[in-house]
Design a protein around this ligand. Structure first.
Ligand code: BES
Ligand code: MN
Length: 459
């Protein structure tokens, strides 16, 4: 029996145990943004490190960073003739809020209707554990056909603020032929896909202040400019009526979509109904001249993420608030530069903010977009592995979200990334009732096994 068949058979025999392992990790509330969960993020790191050690990884460490810890480990027994894969993923998760909307507790992984419900079950613990179980399946039935270096972080959902420093310090140790990034998905339970582009992101906060204190809106309203009114006007002006962003220079560096790529995107199973169903919005909206898929995955955007001002409690209060603020972010495409976007925003507010208020723009930094090659040896191996397991050729698609590690690894280590993970578009990532489709999780394990076997073969 071939090594790959032995590993696949082992994975099929251990489906129950492999699902239990995902439940164990998903039960740890590793919310990276919440200080009270710092210990839990550490516990998730320890769990990953313990698994790696159990599979014979060497130099396993839980490395402290300026923020949350990350895990490194290497398994180099395949020898110098076999490829070396740098595997990246994350064990941190988004906050589970709003808690009241969950059917079952976010950190009590629960099986229901073929899904495992838990915060992080899909983004990205399901993908991380799927790869670890593929590794286990080889190790327990023989040996790994490839060399592996694991780099699993606890700050992806914060924008990976410490990852670059760790990689810069450990360049030689992290060297490999390419990066396999598990924080990815496919197009549907029966529709395999390979994600080849992610948007970048730049996050901001605009703070508008006016009067020295909250005022009686009857006594001062009309004579004093209301910071909430000003904020609303400034934010509204960031788009024109055609849905285009008005920030000076915003589109200057945008790489136009090629005709051939647009044709390919148009063939994806993502029609108007798909985006309507996924969002639950009464109607769709977006930049003129582009399809919904292009708008959400291949065009740059600006969205308000939160607003804060005045009285928002129950009842009425006639206040003219002294301040108002908004958090907003832009999603970027190749070849936009986060710093240039910040400069454009500053110019916009300088031009449009009235002298009756003061304003401050805080730039929280950002990460550029990434676009990957679609015809490498790795991509061909991934396509073949997906096709074997799903019985269908995968489609190439883009996602509008961001995974900063792709750009960081490309820049610091100079290697290409292959995105290969099995999240589904309706997994409700970052939302209440996040779920991982269980059958897809098991198919994902098998795909990872077949991928590692294929990439190990010499051409
Ligand atoms: N896993 C997502 C990105 C993603 C979504 C990839 C769907 C593939 C399919 C990732 O964890 C994420 O949400 N990233 C954040 C990054 C941000 C905090 C810098 C995002 O895009 O908002
Ligand atoms: Mn993720």
């Amino acid at each position: 029996m071939l090594a790959v068949d032995k590993a696949v058979a082992f994975a099929r025999e251990h489906r129950a145990a492999f699902l239990d392992d995902l439940k164990t990790l998903a039960a740890i509330p590793s919310v990276s943004t919440t200080p009270a969960h710092k210990g839990d993020v550490g516990r998730a790191a320890d769990w990953v490190a313990a698994q790696l050690k159990a599979f014979g990884f060497a130099n396993v460490e839980v490395a402290e960073t300026a923020g949350q810890p990350l895990v490194y480990g290497e398994h180099l027994a395949a020898g110098p003739d076999a490829p070396t894969i740098l595997f990246y993923d994350h064990f941190d998760v988004q906050p589970p809020d709003p808690l009241g909307e969950w059917t079952t507790e976010p950190f009590t992984p629960t099986e229901r209707g073929g899904y495992l419900y838990a915060r992080g079950a899909s983004d990205s613990k399901g993908q991380l554990v799927a790869h670890m179980k593929a590794v286990e399946s080889f190790v327990k039935t023989g040996k790994l056909p490839v060399n592996l270096k694991y780099l699993v972080e606890g700050e992806e959902e914060l924008g990976s603020p410490s990852l670059g420093a760790y990689i810069a310090k450990n360049k030689a140790r992290l060297a490999g032929d390419f990066c396999l990034n598990g924080d990815s998905g496919i197009l549907g339970a029966e529709v395999p896909g390979i994600l080849y582009a992610l948007r970048g992101i730049a996050c901001f906060e605009l703070r508008v202040t006016g009067p020295a204190l909250d005022l009686h809106s009857g006594l001062f309203g009309g004579a004093v400019h209301n910071p909430a009114n000003v904020l609303a006007r400034l934010l509204a002006g960031l788009h024109d009526e055609k849905g285009r962003v008005t920030v000076p220079g915003f589109y200057d560096d945008v790489r136009p979509l090629e005709k051939e790529e647009r044709e390919q995107l148009a063939r994806l199973p993502q029609d108007e109904a798909f985006w309507k169903r996924g969002s639950g919005a009464p109607a769709l909206f977006g930049e003129e001249g582009y399809t919904h898929t292009e708008r959400a995955t291949a065009r740059p955007t600006l969205d308000v993420n939160g607003l804060l001002s005045g009285f928002t409690g129950e009842g009425v209060k006639t206040v003219l608030p002294a301040k108002a603020s908004a958090k907003f972010s832009t999603r970027l495409v190749p070849d936009q530069v986060p710093e240039k976007i910040a400069a454009g925003l500053r110019a916009y507010f300088e031009k449009n903010a009235p002298p009756s208020v003061r304003w401050e723009l805080v730039a929280h930094g950002g990460t550029p977009a990434s676009i990957m090659v679609r015809d490498s040896r790795e991509v061909r191996a991934a396509s073949a592995a997906l096709e074997t397991v799903w019985g269908k050729e995968p489609l190439f698609y883009r996602v509008g979200g961001s995974v900063p590690a792709v750009g960081i690894i490309q820049k610091l280590l100079g290697v290409e990334t292959l995105m290969l993970g099995f999240a589904l578009p309706d997994d409700q990532v970052h939302a209440p009732n996040e779920k991982q489709h269980i059958e897809t999780y098991h198919r994902g394990i098998e795909t990872f096994i077949r991928f590692m076997a294929l990439i190990a073969k010499r051409d």
